[in-house]
Design a protein. Structure first.
Length: 124
């Protein structure tokens, strides 16, 4: 297994890597919407935070030498499903015609009080 790390995504908050690559498959750990430079939430707006979390996922994907269209699945964790429509709007803009499989669930809480976390799988 190759560990993937990049300064373009927030540092791991625990005993895990930003990504793990093996046999042509990249597993991207859940990415909070943290600014990679400050490790803070850049806003309270779910649209801004969704975009940041997606950009963090993409940074790990690109650090592994893959691209957005190699992402085949995302897991979405929201602390309030009432934000789903706003999240979905940004998610749709981000991926465009490329539509990976996904699951979206409401969770009780996330690290750092974040309202969203996104993980992913990409295949070369």
């Amino acid at each position: 297994m190759q560990t993937i790390q990049t300064k373009n995504a927030p540092k791991a908050i625990g005993a895990y890597s930003q990504g793990a690559y093996k046999n042509g498959t990249l597993y991207v750990s859940g990415q909070l919407p943290l600014d990679p430079q400050t490790s803070d939430l850049p806003s309270n707006d779910i649209k801004v935070l969704t975009r940041q979390a997606l950009n963090n996922v993409l940074a790990v994907v690109e650090a592994a030498g893959l691209k957005k269209t190699d992402i085949v699945r995302c897991g979405i964790f929201l602390t309030d499903m009432r934000a789903f429509n706003e999240f979905n709007e940004v998610y749709g803009e981000f991926f465009g015609d490329h539509q990976p499989a996904r699951a979206a669930v409401e969770v009780r809480g996330l690290p750092k009080g974040a309202p969203i976390e996104i993980d992913g799988i990409a295949i070369k």
